[in-house]
Design a protein around this ligand. Structure first.
Ligand SMILES: [Ca+2]
Ligand SMILES: [Ca+2]
Length: 440
């Protein structure tokens, strides 16, 4: 062996011994080169290659976690939230006797696994710390007992091409919506379909539909209570982009999404969400119209203004209020078919970088006969109908992955004296949430 040959062989050996994955690949390429140049022969190269593989598997994690070859990507994510919650609820009858004043220390843990598979298929799950549909919170209590973890999502998806997407099972809510009509914590279950048509540079027109199974009934029972309960939702979502930045990218957007939701005639029971109403699904036939406009200035750190809103009208409000909620026409109350929300927001950045922040304020009014109390936000007026008021939210990025959030709700009844034990029993409410959220 010449001096040069010895030195190169030593270099190859050194590379192999370091054994990090990238080095192992570099080592293989270097071996090929050494053979090509005639510095080592094939047998020597093969011996070194075997030694390299041994070192590689002994000193790295590669190959020790075995994933199915059908998987194209596997994303594990989640968040941990520490919440201090202060609330007051004044009953409609004798409102000066605030009976529900309390302070709670709560945690929420969520873990998501989303698996991309070949041929457009996907599957996933999510775990969280509470069984209620509209909350993942676990109040800290019971002398340091441990807590349950629940299955919040379990789904199979199929995206045959860029235009179509189908998801079956318990899944992330695919609807474009606000928290006027849908609590953001809800993971609906059933079948969803999404069709996207691409228009021009960036605009889209989508049709999103969901057939959500709300409850299982025993078919041996005669009539509506022997029929499984389904909620049918469908909407058209139009997204338009405008407002070019200095390099010609479209940065501002406008979204409008008229839709329609309706139940079949059935009965719900066993629901445990905030303000859950275990009764007939009848007389909820809603037109919904959420939308937003975003003005984004990408210069510097990037600031944005947002205006957002929502509207819902129940075509069967009179029957809902009188026959389901039991409020007699002679009581003299309006059956109030409409709910609406209007809000504005300002943000520095997109909430993913240390030092960024956002502010949002909205006002909403929820008529007694307007929306479904089983899917509306659990925090605004504690899910009670016949409430109007404010929500304010502030979020600050302590780090890229840690947020400090402050959220405050202040609501008051719409119709004075209207009292229904399950869905309209509050004169006024307040809720303050102080959160530290770490995302991973
Ligand atoms: Ca909620
Ligand atoms: Ca059934």
């Amino acid at each position: 062996m010449s001096y040069l040959k010895l030195n190169l062989a030593a270099l190859a050996g050194l590379l192999l011994l370091t054994a990090a994955p990238a080095r192992a690949q570099d080592g293989g390429a270097l071996l090929d080169l050494l053979v090509k140049k005639g510095i080592v022969n094939n047998q020597e190269a093969e011996d070194l290659r075997v030694q390299m593989m041994k070192d590689f598997t002994a000193n790295t994690s590669a190959g020790k976690l075995n994933l199915s070859s059908a998987i194209s990507d596997f994303k594990l994510s989640g968040d941990m939230r520490i919440r201090e919650q202060y609330e007051t609820q004044a009953p409609e009858v004798n409102p000066t006797n605030v009976t529900n004043e309390r302070f709670r220390n709560r945690i929420r843990f969520r873990l998501n696994g989303d698996v991309g598979l070949q041929k457009g298929w996907s599957a996933g799950f999510a775990l969280e710390t509470a069984a209620a549909t509209d909350s993942g919170n676990q109040t800290l209590q019971d002398g340091m007992d441990d807590y349950g973890v629940f299955l919040a999502r379990a789904y199979v998806g199929w995206k045959p091409n860029l235009n179509w997407n189908f998801v079956l099972g318990k899944q992330k809510n695919p609807l474009y919506t606000t928290d006027l009509v849908w609590d953001a914590d809800i993971n609906p279950q059933g079948f969803t379909e999404n069709y996207t048509k691409f228009i021009g540079a960036k605009d889209t027109f989508e049709v999103r539909a969901g057939q959500f199974i709300m409850d299982d009934r025993a078919e041996t029972t005669a009539g509506p209570s022997g029929r499984d309960a389904w909620l049918f939702t469908q909407q058209a979502v139009y997204t338009h982009w405008f407002g070019k930045d200095e390099i010609g990218n479209l940065t501002s957007s406008f979204i409008i999404a008229p839709g329609f939701m309706k139940y079949n005639g059935s009965v719900l029971d066993g629901l445990t969400g905030e303000g859950a109403l275990n009764t007939t699904t009848r007389y909820l036939t809603n037109f919904v119209l959420p939308g937003e406009i975003n003005f984004v200035n990408k210069q510097g750190k990037g600031t944005s203004w947002k205006l957002y809103g929502d509207f819902s009208h129940n075509f069967e409000a009179a029957n809902r209020v009188q026959q389901v909620y039991g409020i007699a026409p002679t009581a003299g109350f309006s059956t109030d078919a409409n709910a609406w929300l209007l809000g504005a927001g300002y943000a520095l950045g997109t909430g993913k970088v240390q030092g960024e922040y956002s502010l949002k304020v909205d006002y909403r009014r929820i008529g007694i006969g307007s929306i479904d109390p089983n899917v509306n936000d659990s925090d605004f007026g504690f899910s009670f109908l016949n409430q109007a008021g404010w929500k304010g939210a502030f979020s600050y990025n302590v780090t890229d992955f840690t947020n400090f959030n402050l959220t405050y709700f202040n609501t008051k009844h719409v119709q004075n004296g209207l009292n229904q034990a399950t869905i309209a029993a509050r004169n006024h409410t307040q809720l303050l949430q102080v959160d530290l959220v770490v995302k991973f």
